[in-house]
Design a binder for this molecule. Sequence first.
Ligand SMILES: NC(=O)c1ccc[n+]([C@@H]2O[C@H](COP(=O)([O-])OP(=O)(O)OC[C@H]3O[C@@H](n4cnc5c(N)ncnc54)[C@H](OP(=O)(O)O)[C@@H]3O)[C@@H](O)[C@H]2O)c1
Length: 286
Amino acid sequence: MLKILSEQFYREPKTPGSTGRAKRTHTALVTGVSNGIGMEFTKILAQNNYNLVLIDRDREKIELLKDDLKSNHSVRTTFLIEDLTEAETPSRIYTVLAAQNIEIDILINNAGIGAFGKFSETDWRHEANILKLNIIALTHLTKLFMKGMIERKYGKILNIASIGAFQAVPLQSVYSASKAYVLSFTEAIANELEGTGVTVTALCPGPTATGFHDAANENGKRRYIPKKMPTAKEVALHGYNAMMKGKHVSIHGIMNTILISISRLFPRKLLADLARKKMEGHLKDF
Ligand SMILES: NC(=O)c1ccc[n+]([C@@H]2O[C@H](COP(=O)([O-])OP(=O)(O)OC[C@H]3O[C@@H](n4cnc5c(N)ncnc54)[C@H](OP(=O)(O)O)[C@@H]3O)[C@@H](O)[C@H]2O)c1
């Protein structure tokens, strides 16, 4: 059941500037904002004077974000406490916003979860939620909000994929396959949207320093620990800029970009073998 956490707080937003920003006060919807990359997206959007619709399921963490936005930014913000793994959630969000005449100009499908381990050993309920969140909710929200954007001839959608979208990743099979879907889906509709005034971008980050790795560790005994990771803020800023430029696909990090370009020359089986070795090197049992 959808609940609106707070009364919208509203102070007159500043008129966005002329440096590629919106000409009127546009509204951005972001999913998965209580942590990590999603939280950084909300701060960047608030700094750029976008009104916000923020979706997450964690009430306590949302309260902290609410206080931060209230004290530091003058934008209109609506918080919806929702679990995006529930099938009816995207329609409910759409209906509630339509009833309040809130039009979405920017949609950032950020919420996503993963799982580590052999597919024969991982938990099905968790993996079903990966599919529901990373694929179904993302696709449904895109369909619901894209139509209004096309009618208004303006809109930007950012779907968060991963560098794991470009190849099979053993020990992360369902997650990497879900991100391969996000990448393929986004590229296809980016093509369909050409000339409409609406763009859609797939952001492909590599491992990033967020709570994602702990959340993916459903049995509490295995952690993914790469040596060095970019911050959520760096990745969000990169994604924001790529979305504003209307890029179809944007990989974060020069090394990731080079490796993915080179990898296209190698057999897919070899790439899966290499990914398996890398995963085994990073996954530590506790
Ligand atoms: N971190 C990485 O290494 C990495 C690399 C490539 C791509 N990505 C992608 O980047 C995106 C953001 O991940 P992150 O690294 O910032 O992870 P994170 O810190 O774990 O944040 C994920 C956010 O999604 C929310 N969320 C999870 N399940 C939800 C649900 N059922 N309904 C609504 N919200 C839900 C979480 O809220 P709760 O507090 O309620 O759990 C949290 O706010 C994901 O799509 C992820 O796949 C991450």
